[in-house]
Design a protein around this ligand. Structure first.
Ligand SMILES: *[C@@H]1O[C@H](CO)[C@@H](O)[C@H](O)[C@H]1NC(C)=O
Ligand SMILES: *[C@@H]1O[C@H](CO)[C@@H](O)[C@H](O)[C@H]1NC(C)=O
Ligand SMILES: *[C@@H]1O[C@H](CO)[C@@H](O)[C@H](O)[C@H]1NC(C)=O
Ligand SMILES: *[C@@H]1O[C@H](CO)[C@@H](O)[C@H](O)[C@H]1NC(C)=O
Ligand SMILES: *[C@@H]1O[C@H](CO)[C@@H](O)[C@H](O)[C@H]1NC(C)=O
Ligand SMILES: *[C@@H]1O[C@H](CO)[C@@H](O)[C@H](O)[C@H]1NC(C)=O
Ligand SMILES: *[C@@H]1O[C@H](CO)[C@@H](O)[C@H](O)[C@H]1NC(C)=O
Ligand SMILES: *[C@@H]1O[C@H](CO)[C@@H](O)[C@H](O)[C@H]1NC(C)=O
Ligand SMILES: *[C@@H]1O[C@H](CO)[C@@H](O)[C@H](O)[C@H]1NC(C)=O
Ligand SMILES: *[C@@H]1O[C@H](CO)[C@@H](O)[C@H](O)[C@H]1NC(C)=O
Ligand SMILES: *[C@@H]1O[C@H](CO)[C@@H](O)[C@H](O)[C@H]1NC(C)=O
Ligand SMILES: *[C@@H]1O[C@H](CO)[C@@H](O)[C@H](O)[C@H]1NC(C)=O
Length: 839
């Protein structure tokens, strides 16, 4: 780079522009498989397979071989041997191929060795292979007589010179070198990252290995986990992928899983980099190994482990490929712990189904000569499953005499840039091109350029990472999850261009449509009216919060669209709509008490998770019955995170402009403007009363004292006459103790002073208790549910009937386990079990 020192400012400017360009994703990742160089060595004939043409190395304009060494031919080829492997070039003195390079970038180099029988025993060859200015690719190399023939050695390296030389050199005077075929072709842009997270022998979660692009990588393993061997003709880069079974430590821990639907390639990156067909073909992603557990046995919790032979004490690039083909819906797709050598772990949350992505690590091997990979379910995982689709290990070749893992000098520029500069183009010219490209970009993606700051999401190693992060401006800039982006055209097609027939909801925020994505997934599409309703901050918040968390009782975000100034959010479709619709002002059938309890428990769990889960400290701020949605099975999910706020660490409250919905709003918050998670608890208490009484929280048409639901019901609760005001449709069907427990829980939620209110964890516990009381009563009195005998259900004075004799934690927990699976905090909830809590 020294040569261009004078232009350094210019270069930096260029680099900035290029980075900007890249970040706008204007440089499309279009990659056409190149046509050169594919060389059939020792032959004058051209051989074509389905996708490649290997030209004979006897004569060509674009590469030269000098001096021209002898050619050998298979004297008795078996009919099964490919034409390519029937000839070879034999080198008894140093000789090289020189290739003209017209495009700089990352190249794949493959050397094919097939020691056929010839007058010279090719198994005795002993030689070195080197390339221009780089460490030796092969040293003292000889082809072993194994069953794995032809032997193909593959390397990845950056080429930034216009004449690239591959040199074959016998290791000893008496020895010789040979080769049957050579491939040298450019890989897609960004095929290899510049840096990756470094995993040393000690673990080391925090440093990254920089400068991958200036190293030579040699392929060691390329594995299609859970599937068959993939031959080179099914891969855009002519790679070969082998099955994983021989690498498994314990074959009975894993089983093959395959998927016959299309894989949903997505552009860009979220927390992980999305993959494309050049990174790995469909066949890699449409098969996986998953935990070999019996169907329905959710209680198994173990790792699947593989061990891969690698060079001892060497550095490797490890690329792991994931694509969730194991889950039927997002709410049950696993969170996976990936372990490398037992000393490093990474939590991988699956946020989209059938969307492939990959992660890169640089791993230093130890003296065991094995690189061990394990996967297992994360303890917060909604299901006890884990899976892996593919894996590649490439050794980072040592530069002779230099130390690895140096820090990249700041002066170094991207190879692309170096290429441009070295390519001799005038700088001014480039600037012009870049600028014009950039303005073209702007025209095409106005919303993106003006509204979205691409922020790379850091590894996500900490399970306590906050949703917001302070920036230099002091204002919260969200880690936007750009990878969840859905093109506007796809949304138009999903909703039949926002057909009125598919309209399922309407409000201040805009309109909600039902839609079907191309992959068949049913979704709800929330489209904000431009200039109305939900503003940009709410839009961003929602993407931010939802892309980071997933839970059985929180509505999953599928994606979003911000093209053409649209603010569209796409969620999993909730078949049964809002909770409110099932309570009043509709023709829907009445929910039973048991159903209502289950819904409340579900919503409470979702909220509890939001407050305490791994993303921690998120306050919803707008809990109400229209923000609790029901799926086909009446499973409740909390929705609409547009107003949510994350509590900051070590801060018990957040001062903020009062927002929320009248009737549900915490009076303490209203008074003090200090937001805490107890504000959500208050709102949830109001929802409980709404569920119990099936009426709007504010009904201006009622007499003054009845207008506000919370005030009105609390009067009756305090008198101990709650049953007088409950939904008439429930009268006679509710166990009294269950009702009392429920009423007490609501009352605690509505306490004036936030600190007196329970946590959502306590609320979950109380509601489960109420549920158990109802269940126990029904078991003992099978007809109770159908009787209208108010006297037996509501005896006066109230009889205290506690089932505490049978309530061990496991009893309470037992029947609910399936529902509780996603709760990391369930143990916390149940550790609070106090016998007198039942009173
Ligand atoms: C290469 O092999 C030859 C013969 O086996 C040996 O003498 C030489 O030391 C080896 N060189 C290296 C660097 O291993
Ligand atoms: C290679 O191995 C096979 C069987 O293992 C043997 O039959 C053959 O003779 C060997 N070839 C050479 C050149 O050593
Ligand atoms: C995604 O790829 C880019 C460029 O290849 C790299 O810099 C970045 O670290 C990758 N992100 C993740 C999460 O692996
Ligand atoms: C990780 O690195 C960052 C910046 O390099 C540093 O501030 C932080 O303390 C490190 N964390 C750990 C756990 O080492
Ligand atoms: C080409 O790349 C190598 C390492 O990959 C680097 O050392 C060298 O400086 C680069 N050459 C130019 C002209 O940039
Ligand atoms: C998985 O599939 C591969 C390729 O079909 C097969 O070789 C292997 O035995 C299968 N493994 C299991 C555990 O079924
Ligand atoms: C292999 O895994 C199965 C199922 O998890 C287990 O029963 C068996 O004991 C394991 N075998 C070994 C050798 O670890
Ligand atoms: C891995 O290495 C061990 C010992 O060096 C060897 O026995 C084994 O066959 C190797 N496995 C593979 C798959 O190469
Ligand atoms: C990989 O696992 C094997 C077998 O458990 C063990 O002997 C070896 O030390 C492990 N290697 C690493 C790097 O963890
Ligand atoms: C899975 O493997 C990791 C790393 O070896 C280990 O820490 C963890 O305890 C294992 N989990 C299970 C359930 O065996
Ligand atoms: C690998 O490193 C360890 C300690 O750092 C050393 O004891 C061992 O001999 C090395 N192994 C090889 C093959 O270099
Ligand atoms: C997973 O297994 C563990 C341990 O057996 C159990 O505690 C947990 O509830 C299970 N999780 C799910 C989602 O079933």
């Amino acid at each position: 780079m020294e040569k261009f020192h004078g232009h350094e400012i210019f270069v930096q400017l260029l680099r900035l522009l290029l980075l900007l360009l890249l970040s706008l994703q204007c440089l499309s990742s279009d990659y056409t498989p190149p046509s050169k160089y594919f060389i059939n060595c020792g032959s004058s004939s051209t051989i074509s397979d389905t996708t490649r043409t290997f030209v004979g190395d006897v004569s060509s304009d674009s590469f030269t071989l000098s001096p021209k060494p002898e050619a050998v031919e298979d004297s008795s080829p078996s009919p099964a041997t490919s034409q390519l492997y029937r000839t070879a070039r034999l080198f008894r003195s140093p000789s090289s191929y020189e290739f003209e390079i017209d495009q700089f970038g990352i190249y794949l180099v493959r050397l094919h060795f097939f020691p056929f029988s010839s007058p010279t025993d090719l198994f005795t060859a002993l030689f070195d292979v080197s390339v221009s200015g780089l460490p030796l690719l092969l040293h003292n190399f000889t082809v072993q007589n194994t069953s794995n023939l032809p032997l193909i050695k593959e390397f990845l390296l950056t080429i930034n010179i216009s004449k690239f030389i591959v040199k074959f050199e016998p290791s000893q005077e008496s020895s010789f070198a040979f080769v049957n075929a050579i491939e040298l072709f450019i890989a897609p842009d960004s095929f290899i990252p510049h840096s990756a997270l470094l995993v040393t022998r000690k673990g080391g979660k925090n440093s990254s290995y920089k400068g991958l692009l200036s190293r030579v990588l040699q392929k060691i393993h390329r594995v299609n986990v859970g599937g068959r061997e993939i031959e080179h003709d099914s891969d855009t880069l002519w790679r070969n992928w082998v099955p994983d079974d021989t690498f498994l430590f314990n074959r009975s821990t894993a089983r093959n899983k395959s998927y016959d639907q299309p894989i949903q390639y997505q552009e860009g990156q979220s927390e992980y980099n999305y993959s494309d067909r050049n990174i790995a073909p469909d066949n890699v992603y449409s098969t996986a190994k998953e935990m070999n557990t019996n169907k329905g046995d959710q209680l198994q919790f173990f790792n699947i482990s593989w061990g891969f032979n690698v060079t001892k004490n060497a550095t490797h690039l490890l690329r792991v490929h994931f694509c969730d083909i194991t889950s039927a819906s997002l709410s049950v797709s696993p969170w996976i712990n990936l372990y490398i050598n037992s000393i490093f772990s990474r939590n991988i949350k699956i946020i989209t189904l059938a969307v492939p992505f990959y992660l890169d690590f640089v791993v230093v091997s130890d003296n065991s000569g094995l690189l061990n990979i394990s996967i297992g379910p994360h303890r917060d995982s909604p299901v006890n499953n884990s899976f892996l689709n593919g894996l590649e290990i490439m050794e980072i070749m040592e530069e002779l005499g230099s130390v690895s893992m140096e820090n990249e000098s700041k002066k170094k520029t991207t190879p692309l840039l170096v290429g441009l500069v070295v390519g001799g183009l005038a700088l001014v010219c480039i600037v012009t091109v870049v600028l014009s490209l950039r303005s073209k970009c702007r025209k095409e993606k106005p919303a993106e350029a003006s509204h979205w700051l691409p922020v790379t999401v850091d590894g996500g190693l900490s399970s306590h990472s906050r949703v917001y992060e302070a920036t230099i401006h002091g204002s919260p800039v969200p880690h936007l999850n750009l990878g969840l982006k859905i093109p506007f055209a796809e949304i138009q097609s999903a909703t039949k261009n926002f057909s009125g027939k598919l309209l399922v909801g309407k409000g201040g925020f805009g309109k909600v449509y039902q839609g079907t994505l191309r992959n068949g997934m049913k979704v709800a599409v929330k489209r904000s009216q431009p200039g109305h309703g939900q503003g940009l901050p709410e839009f961003q918040t929602e993407i931010l919060v939802l892309s980071k968390i997933r839970h059985r009782h929180l509505v999953s975000l599928i994606g979003y669209c911000d093209e053409r100034n649209e603010m569209i959010l796409v969620y999993e479709f909730m078949q049964k709509g809002t909770l409110r619709n099932h309570l009043y002002d509709s023709d829907l059938p009445c929910l039973s008490w048991k159903q209502r309890l289950e819904i409340c428990i579900g919503a409470a769990r979702g909220l509890h998770y939001l407050h305490t889960g791994s993303e921690g400290g998120i306050i919803h701020r707008d809990i109400k019955s229209t923000n609790i949605l029901l799926d086909d099975d009446f499973v409740a999910k909390v929705a609409d995170f547009g107003l949510s706020r994350s509590g900051l660490p070590n801060q018990t409250h957040v001062s903020t402009a009062v927002k929320g919905t009248f009737g549900y709003l915490d009076p303490e918050y209203f008074r003090t403007q200090q937001l805490t998670d107890k504000s959500d608890v208050y709102s949830f208490g109001v929802v409980l009363l709404e569920v119990l009484c099936a009426r709007p929280v504010i009904n201006p048409s009622l007499p003054r004292e009845q207008m506000n639901l919370a005030e009105w019901v609390m009067v009756w609760q305090k008198k101990g006459l709650l049953e007088q005001v409950i939904d008439p449709l429930l009268v006679g069907k509710v166990n009294l103790n269950s009702l009392r427990k429920f009423g007490e829980s609501a009352e605690k939620c509505l306490k004036e002073d936030g600190t007196d209110r329970p946590t959502m964890g306590d609320v979950v516990w109380d509601l489960e208790y109420a549920f158990q009381l109802q269940q126990t009563a029904m078991q003992r009195e099978p007809l109770e549910d159908s009787t209208n005998d108010a006297a037996s259900t509501f005896p006066f004075p109230t009889i205290q009937r506690y089932p505490s004799y049978s309530l061990s934690t496991s009893d309470i927990h037992g029947p609910k386990r399936r529902d509780d699976s996603s709760e990391r905090t369930e143990s916390e909830v149940f550790s609070q079990l106090r016998i007198d809590n039942g009173r």
